[in-house]
Every structure is written in C-alpha cells, then in structure tokens.
Design a protein around this ligand. Structure first.
Ligand code: HEM
Length: 470
C-alpha cells in the first residue's frame, strides 16, 4: 500500500479550501461533484423537455421527506389507519400541509415521469448507447407504480380498500396458481389488517430503497455515456482542443441556473394545487376515499387513480368479443413477421409458437377474457421496455424524421390519453369500443415500429447542434 500523502496548502490559504482538501484526501467529494454535475458536460441545446429529470429527483426527495413526517403520526392498523390520517389533517401542526404535499406529490411524480418518458420517445433518448438508461428508467417506472399502489391502501378509505381488492383479485385470473397467489399477496381471504401491514412495509421501506438504488444506477449510466439532445447528435464525436465536446457546456453553473428556474415554475404550480385544489376534482384524491373503508359496502364505481387508468382501460377493453379481433391480429402479425422480418428463423419459430398458444388460449372455453385482460394490461406496460430494439429509424430525433411520423406519434398520445380518460369513467358500450380501437393502436404502434420507423424520407441530421444562444 502506498504511503498516505496529505495535500499541502500555503499557511494563508482559505480555511474552507484547507477543509475541502482534508476531506478530498480521504473521500473523493470534489471528484464526485465534478464527475456527476460540476464538470459534467451536457449538450448546450437542451430545451423545456430536459427539465423533467431534475424535477423527478426533486419530487422523489419531497415524497421521502413528507413521507417520513407522515409515518410519525400514521397508524398501520385497519382499526386506526383512517382516523390517524384524519388526525394528521386536523390535529397535527402543519399535518394537513405535509399530507397534501405527499398526495399531490404522487400525482406530480407521474405527470413528470410521463413527460420525461415522452421526451425519451420524441428524441429517441433510449437509442444506442442509452439502452440501459432507458431500462433503469423502465424499472423505476414499475417501482413507482408499485409504490403508488401500496401507498394508496394506507388511508384505508373506500377507494383504498376496494381498489386494492380489485387489483389483488386480478392475480386470481392466472390459471392454476391465481387464487393462491391472491391469497398470498393479501395474507388473508379479503383485504384486511394483514394486507395493510405488509403494504405499509413495502411502501415505506422496501420499494423506496429499490427506487433510490435504481435512480442512482440511472444517473451513473447517463453520466457514463453522456446526455443526448433534441437534435439526437452525439456531441462527443466533436471534441474541442480542451477535450470537451464543442457543443457542450458544464452543468454547473449553466444547467444549475436552468434547472433552478424550472424548479421555481414547478413549485409555483405545485403550491397552487396543494393550497387551492389538493383534491383536483377527485383526480388526485378521490371523493370516495373520504369515507372509511367498509368491507360490507362496495362502491358502485371503482376506478384506480388517474395515472393507472390508461393501462386499466386496456384490461377493461379485453372483452370476450374483442378476443376474436385479437386472434385475427395475432395471426396477421405472425404472418407479417414471416414475410417481412429479418429476424432469424429460430426467433420467428419461437414467436409463432407463442402466437399459436395465445390463439388457442383465446378460443371460447379455453382461458377467459379476464385472464387475457390481465395479460394485455401487463403487456401494455412491459412493451415499453423493448423500445430501444423496436425503433429502427436511421435518426434519433423526431426533428429529422419524415413529417408523417409526427402523426403516428400524435396518434399514440391521443390513444393513451383516450384510454386514460375512459379508465376513469364507468364502462359504457361506446367507451369500450373506443378503448378497443385505442388498444389496437397502442400495441400496433410498438409492434409495427420496426417497419414504420424506417419508412419515409428522412431529413439530413446536421453535424453540429442547431442552437444559437441569444
Ligand atoms: C424517479 C424517476 C426518475 C428520475 C429521478 C430520473 C432522473 C433523470 C435525470 C436527472 C436525467 C438527466 C436529465 C434529463 O435528461 O432530463 C434523466 C435522463 C433520462 N431518463 Fe430518467 N429519471 C426517472 C425516470 C425515468 C423513466 C421512468 C424513464 C423511462 C422509462 C427514464 C428515461 C430516461 C432517459 C432515456 C434519459 C436520457 C435522456 C437523454 O440523454 O436524452 N427516466 N433521468
């Protein structure tokens, strides 16, 4: 082991500098700061869409801090939980603020993350070499969904109770193991005190730990390969004499200021919601959840919180009639794959076997529509993970794609929002048909992406980013 060498400073050096030197000799504080932010060179042409990563980090911290204070007064006991939340709202000093920040923060988190993912989609941020950033992001998204689901049971209101009941019962649709699996998740025959206790454990410690680890991995991967930008140009391919990309600027102070501005705008909107509309018309806090959970009274309309409803709509759209459409769709897709795909025969055979199994399983009398609903519900989330390998476009950014690609993307946005809206409404015949069309579009977008993404006339991608400071 080499001898320990202490950095020497002149006697009149500032005390802060000496202290930092002392720390740096023992812990790479300055190096970490410079690698991860201070001297992390990021493309100079970031726009509005690049603020959401920082905002997601802010909201993560906000949720953890407010969550810690809520835990000080909350009681994870089926007989006490509802009243303990009311106690926080009415008796605990500033308790109402902490609780509203946490409940608004949950919705804000999803708004931010959906916008962050939309940016990824528009500018092809998930493309090589950023596949792992995307996959870590996808895992974060799964954790966030689990975190929100577990947290929603805690206030033990009517929606908490029945929402958990419905979602846990979905696992019951899995053949053979389903009923036992639901029982195992609940820890009881119905959602009960045992369920509340385990959901509490997952919500306050298990999932947040995983989430923090994944966010660290997400950022380490990002800083390893460097950020992309709205032009989709690899700035590292054009280095200046100082060894830094000519089209990049150090994050500090430039993006520090940029992000602080974004944070101020966000906090203004966030505060307006917290102080003036924390229920957000029943979307952020559902009215039924102001009634204590009652296992003897099923509410007439049970819907998950808005951020789950797009996927939930896919589940509801899978009716037994719709299975016929899906069977035809799966058969057509498999035939198309054999004719058009460059995949190896082994992969094509594997896909065909899966497709055949699905079609056989959809025949009346085989597996019921509820089971397939759960499969497509899960599939609509999981398909996002495959995006880096589905997109075959020769350019990354939507800016240089053929104009009609923009309509294809707009169609996805419309389908997703339509599914989301319909999922908040009680089912209706026309709503179901619209949800079915939107479901077909949603899956079609991703499954046909390897073909449509390389079709059309692409614009020439410039060598340097097209951004001029004012
Ligand atoms: C807790 C949630 C998350 C946090 C705190 C977070 C944080 C960040 C930050 C700080 C950045 C760099 C700044 C920026 O480009 O906006 C970033 C980039 C990125 N994130 Fe996330 N993220 C989260 C969730 C997600 C999710 C759910 C996805 C996708 C499924 C995702 C995909 C990406 C990608 C692809 C980039 C690279 C962007 C580029 O270089 O163009 N992130 N993230």
């Amino acid at each position: 082991m080499g001898a320990f060498k202490e950095t020497k400073f002149p006697a009149d050096a500032p005390a802060a500098k000496k202290l930092m030197g002392w720390v740096d000799d023992r812990f790479p504080a300055t190096k970490l700061w410079n690698d991860q932010w201070g001297k992390y060179y990021a493309p100079k042409n970031f726009n509005f869409w690049y603020i959401f990563g920082s905002l997601a980090m802010l909201v993560l911290v906000l949720q953890i801090v407010t969550g810690i204070f809520l835990t000080m007064h909350y009681k994870p006991d089926a007989g006490l939980a509802f009243a303990s939340v009311e106690y926080i709202m009415r008796e605990v000093p500033w308790g109402w603020l902490v609780r509203y920040m946490h409940s608004t923060g949950a919705s804000a988190f999803f708004i931010i993350v959906y916008l962050h993912m939309t940016r990824g989609l528009m500018y092809g941020s998930y493309r090589k070499p950023r596949e792992l950033i995307w996959l870590f992001g996808f895992a974060i998204f799964l954790c966030l969904m689990a975190e929100a689901f577990f947290g929603y049971l805690l206030p033990w209101g009517q929606m908490s109770y029945w929402g958990a009941q419905v979602i846990v019962n979905l696992f019951g649709a899995i053949p053979l193991i389903g009923p036992d699996l639901s029982l195992w998740i609940r820890g009881d025959y119905v959602v009960s005190d045992a369920t509340l206790n385990r959901f509490f454990a997952f919500h306050v410690i298990a999932i947040p730990l995983v989430l923090l680890g994944l966010v660290a991995a997400h950022l380490i991967a990002l800083h390893e390969v460097g950020s992309s930008n709205p032009d989709g140009i690899e700035v590292k391919e054009n280095l200046g004499p100082d060894g830094h990309p000519v089209d990049s600027i150090p994050s500090h102070p430039y993006y520090t200021v940029h992000d602080l501005f974004g944070v101020s705008v966000f906090l203004t909107i966030f505060s307006a919601v917290v102080f003036f509309a924390p229920e957000m018309g029943g979307y952020f806090l559902e009215y039924n959840n102001f009634l204590p959970g009652d296992s003897m009274k099923t509410p007439p309309h049970i819907a998950p919180t808005w951020y789950f409803t797009a996927f939930y709509s896919v589940l509801r759209a899978t009716t037994s009639d719709f299975l016929w459409v899906l069977m035809v769709g799966i058969a057509a897709y498999t035939a198309f794959l054999w004719m058009k795909s460059k995949l190896s025969s082994m992969v094509k055979i594997a896909v065909s076997v899966i497709a055949l199994a699905m079609i056989v399983g959809m025949v009346p009398g085989a597996l019921d529509a509820k089971f397939w609903g759960v499969v497509f519900f899960g599939g609509s989330v999981v398909i996002l993970a495959f995006l880096p390998w589905l997109d075959h476009s020769p350019v990354k950014s939507i800016r240089y794609r053929p104009d009609w690609h923009k309509y294809v993307y707009a169609g996805l946005a419309v389908s997703f929002v339509a599914l989301g809206y319909l999922g908040t409404q009680p089912p209706s015949p026309i709503g179901t048909i619209i949800a079915q069309i939107a479901t077909l579009y949603y899956f079609g977008f991703f499954l046909l992406m390897p073909w449509w993404s390389e079709m059309g006339t692409f614009k020439k991608v410039p060598d340097r980013v097209v951004f001029h400071a004012h």
